[in-house]
Design a protein around this ligand. Structure first.
Ligand code: ADP
Ligand code: DP6
Ligand code: CO
Length: 356
């Protein structure tokens, strides 16, 4: 008789306003700097992952968007091993439980937005991967502990376990036990922050974030200045701007940090280009919008940021929505994907059936 057990979760995307770019330990995925992000509404961008297990499964398999992907990547192997070890502890405490730790897994995942295109698919994807298995295995660990396992799968994934404004503290310890995501402020703290996503291209990037950041670490001089002189102060100041709901300061730092991140990419050998001409035209238009609002005495009203890809994310306050979206739509309304989020911030991972 065949037994099958399964669990499903959805996980949100998070888009960094202070970018993680660089690892000090590639095995444990420990970053060279702390980072900050905003978790986006799952109604628009999300990963849905279902994981199942049973004694009759002959091999573990991962299907992403309908295609089989290898599970034989060191970071996925490490994540699966950690989760199995934790399941063994659960089984040791209650010998009546089925021995999931001996069985293979079938992981079926779907992203409802472009994968590997700079919209943080690895963040939502690995957050869902780890939490779905943690749910199936009925692990007692806290979100914070689960987030450290997600971090090993993809650094940015540790921030997708939480909603609202999230910081990933780089930590100092060699074993990574203090490198973890923490909430800066919940969505309710600043509910009128919204985000517009302009999908310039849904194509898969030619340099993955994992390899791009190592090229930068190994070759860019400017990168040393960024991680030592720029980011530590910005990490403190950006948290402060969020807590004070100071949009002008938040936007100024978000824009500067996106520029700084793409500058260290350009300073790498060979240079890495994630933005294209359309991305740059969007930057020019956002600058024009802000020039006007500064002239009116309102300060900055739109904050663009680009991850490792050409697609724009623009943060703004609800009161400026009509002005910003109508201007963007006038010039870029013909782009392949254009998503104005009603409600940018939402709680982190959701359990599809029952609590996680
Ligand atoms: P992105 O900018 O989209 O985060 P990355 O280069 O960081 O791009 O990572 C993309 C990779 O993340 C994909 O090639 C795939 O290996 C992995 N990934 C994305 N979505 C998922 C998912 N839902 N489940 C498992 N792995 C995923
Ligand atoms: C530009 O988390 O995708 O989006 O840890 O190698 O999986 P790996 O990289 P990943 O890098 C994200 C880079 C970024 C900035 C950010 O999300 O902070
Ligand atoms: Co990624």
């Amino acid at each position: 008789m065949s037994e099958v057990y399964s669990a499903s979760v959805t996980a949100p995307v998070n888009i960094a306003t202070l970018k993680y770019w660089g690892k000090r330990d590639t095995k444990l995925n420990l970053p060279t700097n702390s980072s900050i992000s905003v978790t986006l509404d799952q109604a628009h961008l999300r990963t849905l992952t279902t994981v199942s297990t049973g004694p009759q499964y002959l091999a573990s398999k991962l299907y992403l968007n309908g295609h089989e992907e290898t599970l034989n990547k060191p970071r996925l192997v490490a994540v699966l091993m950690t989760l199995k070890e934790l399941r063994k502890e659960v089984e040791a405490k209650d010998p009546t439980l089925p021995k999931f730790s001996d069985w293979n897994l079938l992981i079926v995942s779907e992203n409802n937005f472009p994968t590997a295109a700079g919209l943080a698919s690895s963040a939502a994807g690995l957050a869902a991967f780890v939490t779905a298995i943690a749910k199936l295995y009925q692990l007692p660990q806290s979100f914070s502990e689960i987030s450290k396992i997600a971090r090993q799968g993809s650094g940015s994934a540790c921030r997708s376990l939480f909603g609202g404004f999230v910081a990933w503290e780089m930590g100092e310890l060699a074993d990574g036990s203090d490198s973890k995501a923490v909430e800066v402020a919940p969505k309710s703290h600043w509910p009128d922050i919204k985000a517009a996503i302009l999908v310039v291209s849904a194509d898969k990037k030619d340099t993955s974030s994992t390899s791009g950041m190592q090229i930068t670490v190994n070759t860019s001089d400017l990168f040393q200045y960024r991680i030592k002189e720029v980011v530590p102060k910005r990490f403190v100041d950006m948290k402060d701007a969020i807590l004070k709901k100071d949009f002008n300061a938040f936007a100024d730092m978000t824009i500067k940090d996106s520029n700084s991140f793409h500058a260290v990419c350009l300073d790498s050998t060979p240079p890495i280009f994630y933005m294209n001409d359309t991305s740059k035209s969007i930057i020019k238009l956002v600058n024009l919008i802000n020039d006007q609002s500064i002239a009116n005495g309102e300060g900055l009203i739109a904050a663009y940021t680009y991850d490792a890809g050409p697609n724009a994310v623009i943060y703004y306050e609800a009161k400026n929505e009509v002005k910003i979206l109508s201007t963007l739509y006038k010039y870029f309304g013909e782009l392949p994907g254009w998503e104005a989020l009603d409600d940018a911030l939402l709680a982190g991972v959701k359990s599809v059936e029952g609590p996680i």
